[in-house]
Design a protein around this ligand. Structure first.
Ligand code: MN
Length: 263
């Protein structure tokens, strides 16, 4: 390692220790009541989290506690690997995603006000172009994060899934914005505060679930149920995503961190 690389890492560690860089946890707490997506019939659904005791400082293990988990791959704050979608079936599983794709600069697109008045707000190409006009081109390897305020509902399943008469009403990109995110820039991935990367109404779009279709088909990654996006600057934060290295996995619950320079 060169001295430049060594000093860069040392400077980062100093900044974290000294408070010049804050490490923000973007992960929602994972519990038995964490909301999970609910697909309509005839589709199969995922279980959320359940755990059973193996031992708890008792006859089965006097000095230790441990549990068996039962959990779907796509529960809570989690990563979607390319093979999650049929368009990406020849792409990477979660265990073979390169680590460099799991870190990158965060670009935060704030649609909190729009989502407050229109819960099913659809992000458009015009929104993306307006963001770039103000903040510069989305850099290669970026994680684009759609900030909507939806994370404040994350502990209340009914409010979080927001199923109305005509189906779920949650924000996400429209068809053309989905195509743009997958193909017009070289993203590592796209992250949201909602239960899935597509908008709630996206099952009725053409194609259905266009962001899953285009983004995962292009080998990029999805990230859901993020917390604390209100603590990120529009640009300038470094995102770190840590899924299980699950061989053949289509996704994984993940711990997600942002390194944020203090202004
Ligand atoms: Mn998923």
């Amino acid at each position: 390692m060169s001295s430049i690389e060594t000093s860069t890492v040392a400077a980062l560690l100093d900044a974290i220790a000294g408070g010049g860089v804050e490490v923000v946890d973007l992960t929602q707490p994972l519990t038995e009541s964490t909301p999970v997506i609910k697909l309509p019939p005839p589709f199969a659904n995922t279980p959320g989290l359940t755990r059973t005791e193996i031992s708890r400082y008792d006859d089965r293990g006097p000095a230790w506690a441990w549990y068996t988990l039962t959990i779907g791959e796509h529960v809570g704050t989690h990563l979607d690997a390319p093979i999650h979608w049929v368009t990406g079936k020849d792409g990477a599983d979660v265990g073979s995603i390169g680590p460099s794709q799991l870190i990158g600069p965060a670009c935060v697109i704030d649609k909190t006000a729009e989502t407050e008045s229109t819960p099913g707000y659809l992000l458009t190409v015009a929104d993306l172009e307006a963001w770039e006009a103000e903040n510069g081109r989305v850099p290669d390897g970026a994680w684009v994060l759609l900030k909507t305020g939806w994370g404040s509902r994350a502990q209340d399943e009914a409010a979080f899934l927001n199923v109305r008469e005509n189906g779920p009403e949650t924000p996400g990109p429209d068809v053309e914005a989905s195509r743009w995110l997958a193909h017009e820039r070289n993203l590592s991935g796209f992250g949201v505060e909602t239960v899935g990367i597509d908008a709630g109404a996206a099952g009725g779009f053409d194609p259905p679930f266009p962001l899953h279709n285009f983004l995962l088909g292009a080998g990029r990654l999805g990230l859901t149920q993020l917390a604390n996006l209100d603590r990120l600057p529009v640009t300038g934060a470094l995102l770190v995503v840590s899924p299980l290295r699950l061989v053949g996995g289509t996704g994984s619950p993940s711990r997600v961190f942002a390194f944020v320079p203090r202004r």
